[in-house]
Design a protein around this ligand. Structure first.
Ligand code: BGC
Ligand code: CA
Length: 275
């Protein structure tokens, strides 16, 4: 059985999420403790007074979300500025976010009670627009290597939605048949893709990352010794190391970072572009 290795250097996270690879370093967040970590020679921490649901890279630093805003952190100076401020219901917060190849940010929201479809998926370039509605827990957005398909997860539906994608205009087109993953334990959460178009899906509650080909056939299962596996990303100079984040479970176990070597390289974490 394939088994991901524990990375001991990282502190235990309450809700480890949003791993990204930027200029030779792995960054990730602890959503509920409102911290951004960078893993490499050492660990850095940025303290804020908010939750931090996701990060994406940009040229001079990181873009990160709070409950209801998108901010820009310049890594050299530590300066933070707000670039988008939203108005959500009290029980709605940002969740996962990723950029497409044009540097447009797609960030979704969730019902903090994880029950009702109160969330949406938004696209952010120089303005914001709602692109999907009636989402309960927005997760896992990723594009395939030719950027003509977008995959998307609303976790409780236990499906991977598949859309044709207009990569010139960063627009979601028609929806195709989704991939049903309800036979696997847990719910699908974060997701990444390799350069051959295989999907690496983290299963929250399922102690695994399951790899599917683009037809939805299981290629392999990677066991992770934590119940709540939340997200994964490819890193390393050759983009052949899969880094995996996890969250603490009800017994206080889990919340560590894992890695596993892959034969096929991944795709780089796309940067947000200011226009
Ligand atoms: C959310 C968690 C949620 C999990 C499982 C994550 O993306 O941040 O709050 O429990 O998905 O659906
Ligand atoms: Ca997630």
């Amino acid at each position: 059985m394939l088994k991901a290795k524990l990375i001991h250097e990282s502190p235990q996270l309450k809700l480890g999420e949003s791993p990204i690879w930027r200029d030779g370093l792995l960054y990730y967040v602890d959503i509920l403790n409102g911290k951004i970590y960078s893993y490499g020679e050492n660990i850095t921490q940025l303290h804020t007074d908010s939750i931090i649901p996701f990060i994406v890279p940009c040229d001079d630093g990181l873009i990160f979300a709070t409950k209801d805003s998108i901010k820009h952190l310049i890594l050299k100076s530590g300066k933070v500025e707000t670039i988008f401020k939203m108005k959500f219901d009290e029980i709605v917060r940002f969740n996962d976010g990723k950029c497409d190849m044009n540097g447009v940010l797609f960030a979704g929201t969730m019902d903090m009670n994880e029950k009702d479809p109160l969330g949406s998926l938004y696209g952010f370039d120089n303005k914001e627009s709602k692109v999907l509605d009636r989402i309960t827990i927005s997760n896992g957005t990723i594009w395939n290597y030719d950027k003509k398909i977008m995959y998307y997860i609303d976790s409780p539906t236990r499906k991977i939605r598949v859309f044709n994608y207009d990569n010139r205009n960063s627009a979601i087109l028609d929806e195709m048949e989704s991939i049903d993953v309800s036979v696997f334990p847990g719910v699908p959460d974060g997701m990444t893709i390799d350069s051959m178009g295989n999907l690496y899906v983290a299963f929250h509650g399922g102690s695994s990352v399951i790899v599917f080909d683009s037809n939805g056939k299981v290629i392999k299962k990677i066991y992770v010794s934590a119940k709540n596996v939340d997200s994964c990303v490819f890193g390393g100079d050759d983009l052949k190391t899969l880094y995996i984040t996890t969250a603490m479970d009800e017994n206080g176990d889990g919340g560590n970072l894992y890695k596993i070597k892959n034969e096929i390289s991944g795709i780089p974490s796309e940067k947000y572009k200011f226009i």
